[in-house]
Design a protein around this ligand. Structure first.
Ligand SMILES: [Zn+2]
Length: 244
């Protein structure tokens, strides 16, 4: 979950490079899944020109990593057909498609069934849309209560919040506007993951950086945050390098 102003971007030989200044001794480049976005963690005292010079010497390595990532198989696109597995709040459901005319909707049934009601001629893309909108509604229905609970514990208030699709982060926090965004994909993860991301973003309203103070606050408010983070980063969508 990204701080709004702690990083910025430069271009080196046409490759966008995100620079993050940290309390570290050495420059550390990483090529991040799933798209090969490049991020370089750099010591605070190193200016952009010196970062650029250092990145130039690592371009071969960066390009190689990006090619490897491009060649990796992607999570297959769901066809939204009968029998497929779909996840909701960490549980696996079997998709049942009910074709009939009327309002498109989703219903959870006993026996871990997720029923999708659609018109007979609905495309896979449209079916995905119905499911995503349902995920969004479910997530949005849970957040207000979680916020009441955690704002009281963390003693910080978010002025605004929202849910959106994000490719490389689980959440983000605009510290000045006190606005929290949560990744739509959290609807698929166990409930403690949503809670962890929400607490993490609220803690940014105390501390901008992921430093020791930040970790101490996390441990104070949510002692098992590390196991929730681990859980979050398991599975095809998660990755340890993701902002969190
Ligand atoms: Zn964060």
């Amino acid at each position: 979950m990204r701080r709004s102003t702690a990083s910025h971007e430069i271009q080196v030989s046409g490759i966008p490079i995100e620079i993050v200044r940290k309390d570290i001794k050495n420059l550390h480049p990483s090529v991040m899944p799933p798209n090969g976005r490049v991020r370089v963690s750099v010591p605070k005292h190193l200016n952009d020109d010196r970062v650029r010079a250092a990145v130039v010497t690592k371009l071969d390595w960066i390009r190689k990593r990006q090619r490897v990532m491009e060649a990796q198989p992607r999570q297959t696109q769901r066809e939204m057909v009968e029998g497929e597995s779909h996840y909701f709040m960490g549980k696996r459901y079997r998709l049942e498609v009910v074709e009939r005319y009327g309002k498109h909707k989703i219903e959870l049934k006993t026996g871990a069934k997720l029923q999708l009601f659609v018109s007979p001629d609905t495309t896979a893309a449209n079916r995905r849309l119905v499911l995503n909108e349902w995920y969004r509604e479910q997530l949005k229905a849970q957040i207000p209560l979680l916020l009441i609970k955690w704002e009281a514990i963390v003693k910080r208030h978010a002025n605004d919040w929202g849910v959106k699709k994000m490719k490389t982060r689980w959440g983000s926090c605009n510290i000045t506007q006190k606005r929290v965004w949560l990744n739509l994909e959290l609807a698929k993860k166990p409930p403690e993951c949503l809670e962890y991301v929400l607490v993490h973003e609220l803690v940014h309203l105390h501390e901008r950086y992921h430093n020791d103070r930040f970790k101490q606050l996390m441990t104070k408010f949510l002692p098992n945050w590390e196991s929730s983070r681990k859980l979050l980063n398991q599975g095809p969508l998660g990755h340890d390098d993701w902002d969190c």
